[in-house]
Design a protein around this ligand. Structure first.
Ligand SMILES: [Zn+2]
Length: 432
């Protein structure tokens, strides 16, 4: 049995207090074996955390990891125009190899920024699963189904594929990969398909992940057509429940917040994307106050434009205060909570806390930096002052994925080079 000791640092405990402690990891099970006072534990291998803070690995609860290839390709446009004029035409040209190259780039970025789990929505999912397996991260993956603009047969095939991919890949990478059934949204998948396939997903105990209530433009048509709010419509279709989480939840009214709480449906809050696309301000403090499980997500790199959960935490705190018109809303502790334990709960992983028995998914943040001095409140620092580049080590499932900024599972320079080449060729093809 191999045991790894993360030693010499301070540790962020589940109650968000900080103490000097060592963390012992059982690498054969991938779990945290013990957390104890400095010097009390011993391992076969050591990871030096001196001058650092050991935090739970960050959980990116909503992303499209392969969209790194479109980073900076089209900015400064509203969601509808951005998707139809820029993103979808290029995505139509994406090959499986492109998706692999983009996914590897995104996963390297995640490892370098202390993220250990992600919930992804995309296509060519086998390529993403392959990249996740190599990366050593945890992920919830799925094939995203869209039926608008397709004939009946192609539409049906796409939704069926979402179910099939979820069944085939669930439990892959030694259980580090789980899956969801993924209707893209309540407006991009036709009602007849939702009526047919959502019960099938529920019968198969398949969790559901979809975009919902992202912009006001998508709320109006649902109210007009169905005479009810989007999440009431979703509830009638059987979409809501404890194994479902929606991405965004920006335009939700009081009844919908109650509905989310009553059905135990989660929300992946994506503040940077919501700001960049001017989608609106999610009432995230209200969601938390109502008892809704909330995670934090970057969304795709094309609408962010990075995958740093540190940036996302800062954004969540800032926009959460503006949305609530209250500077005490989305306090640092709440933000750290949604970026770790909240996200882990949505994704169904026993991660998000540094505690014996939990998955050994963690990051060590280097505190010995001018911009993190003095150390009055380290939880505050994580949200308001720390950056992705402050992460020194990243560990997932007991395996060291980055040691002293050196990414272990990939040749970082080769991944960057390949992604850059694929991105250039992709936009050239799309322009033809
Ligand atoms: Zn999204």
């Amino acid at each position: 049995m191999s045991e790894l000791l993360v030693s010499g640092g301070r540790v962020l405990r589940p109650d968000l207090t900080v103490e000097r402690a060592d963390v012992l990891i059982d690498q054969s099970s991938g779990d945290i074996a013990a957390v104890d006072e400095p010097g009390a534990l011993a391992g076969d291998d050591e990871l030096d955390a001196s001058g650092g803070l050991v935090v739970p690995g960050l959980v990116n609860a909503h992303t499209h990891v392969a969209m790194t290839l479109l980073r900076g390709y089209a900015d400064d446009k509203p969601l509808d125009a951005w998707l139809q004029e820029d993103i979808w035409p290029v995505e139509a040209e994406l090959t499986a190899d492109d998706v692999r190259a983009g996914a590897e780039l995104g996963l390297v970025e995640m490892i370098k920024s202390g993220t250990t789990a992600l919930s992804d929505m995309y296509f060519h999912v086998d390529e993403i699963a392959g990249a996740v397996e190599q990366a050593g991260l945890r992920a919830v993956l799925g094939h995203t189904a869209v039926t608008v603009g397709k004939d009946e047969e192609a539409a049906r095939e796409d939704v069926q594929q979402s179910l099939d991919v979820a069944e085939r890949l669930d439990g892959a990478a030694d259980g580090r990969i789980r899956t969801t059934f993924q209707p893209h949204s309540l407006t991009t998948v036709g009602e007849e398909f939702l009526r047919e396939f959502v019960p099938a997903a529920n019968d198969a105990d398949r969790p559901i992940h979809l975009h919902a209530n992202e912009t006001s433009d998508e709320v109006g048509p649902i109210v007009d057509e169905h005479g009810k709010r989007p999440l009431e419509y979703a509830d009638d279709l059987g979409v809501l429940g404890p194994d479902t989480w929606i991405a965004h939840g920006v335009h939700v009214d009081e009844r919908e917040i109650e509905l989310l709480a009553d059905t135990d449906t989660g929300v992946a809050h994506c503040p940077a994307s919501n700001m960049k696309l001017a989608s609106g301000m999610a009432p995230v403090q209200d969601l938390l106050d109502a008892g809704v499980t909330v995670g934090l997500g970057t969304d795709g790199a094309a609408s962010n434009n990075d995958l740093s959960m540190f940036d996302e935490m800062r954004d969540a705190a800032m926009i959460g205060k503006l949305a609530a018109e209250d500077a005490s809303a989305m306090a640092a502790a709440s933000v750290v909570e949604i970026a770790t334990a909240g996200g882990a709960e949505l994704l169904g992983f026993d991660s998000g806390r540094i505690e014996a028995g939990a998955n050994a998914d963690l990051a060590v943040v280097d505190l010995d930096q001018p911009h993190l001095t003095p150390a009055h409140d380290l939880v505050s620092h994580l949200v308001y002052a720390a950056s992705a580049s402050d992460v020194r080590h990243t560990v997932c499932d007991g395996t060291v994925l980055m040691r002293d900024r050196d990414v272990q599972p990939f040749d970082e320079a080769a991944v960057v080079q390949r992604a850059s080449e694929h991105a250039t060729a992709l936009v050239e093809r799309a322009a033809e």
